[in-house]
Design a protein around this ligand. Structure first.
Ligand code: URA
Length: 213
């Protein structure tokens, strides 16, 4: 499995804002959106299906390369916070279909339980899938989300995961289970605490984005 942590001062800047416990929900949300945009830009770099064409410009003909409108990227936000991370995806990816997945964490077992699944029954052959969840902590939720996509025909090598912060336990689970997977993160933090929070992490990203507790 490949983990990309793009070394970029803008990613570091927005991560610093997200890390600050004093950042209010509205700024936290726009910050996650900005991080999502930058990380999706990186994830899309060598991945988008394109085609060549000739375009008549004002003073000449140019050979151009464009994103193929017939092969939309399947964007899979994991509710709630994954939605915020993908809010800006449409400014980066010209053609997408969005399939929501809802998971809630059982605070006692720390197990992720799915309560919403809007994935299609079958993905077309070669479908590229972008899954977003800002916090890859134990890896439990993302593993279930990937399994749902794979059971509908997506290949692991066609799946990319965008998160903000991850940590060794999640990465170990993912690399054991999905050798061909690519993960894009702003930072790999050191550890998980007993409550399943990434340390230093961002706290509960969903609660911070929506101002809930
Ligand atoms: N989910 C979060 O929102 N934060 C964590 O630190 C771990 C899981």
């Amino acid at each position: 499995m490949l983990v990309f942590v793009p070394p970029h001062p803008l990613i570091n800047h927005w991560l610093a804002i997200a890390r600050n416990a004093m950042t209010p929900p509205s700024i936290f949300r726009s910050t996650l959106g900005e991080l999502g945009r930058l990380l999706i830009y990186e994830a899309a770099r060598d991945w988008l299906p394109t085609f060549s064409a000739e375009v008549e410009g004002p003073v000449g003909t140019a050979t151009v390369e464009m994103v193929d409108p017939n092969q939309p990227i399947a964007v899979v936000p994991i509710l709630r916070a994954g939605l915020v991370l993908l809010e800006e995806a449409k400014t980066v990816l010209p053609v997408t279909n969005t399939y929501h997945l809802g998971f809630a964490r059982d605070e006692e077992t720390l197990e992720a339980k799915m309560y919403l699944n809007k994935l299609p029954s079958q993905f077309p052959e070669g479908q590229r899938v972008l899954i977003s969840d800002p916090m890859l902590a134990t890896g439990g939720t993302i593993v279930k989300a990937i399994d749902e996509c794979v059971s509908r025909g997506a290949k692991v090598s066609d799946i990319r995961v965008v998160c903000v912060v991850t940590c060794p336990p999640a990465l170990t689970v993912l690399s054991d289970k999905y050798p061909g997977l690519r993960v894009y993160a702003a930072m790999i933090d050191e550890e998980l605490n007993d409550a399943g929070y990434i340390i230093p992490g961002l706290g509960d990203a969903g609660d911070r984005a929506f101002g809930t507790e």
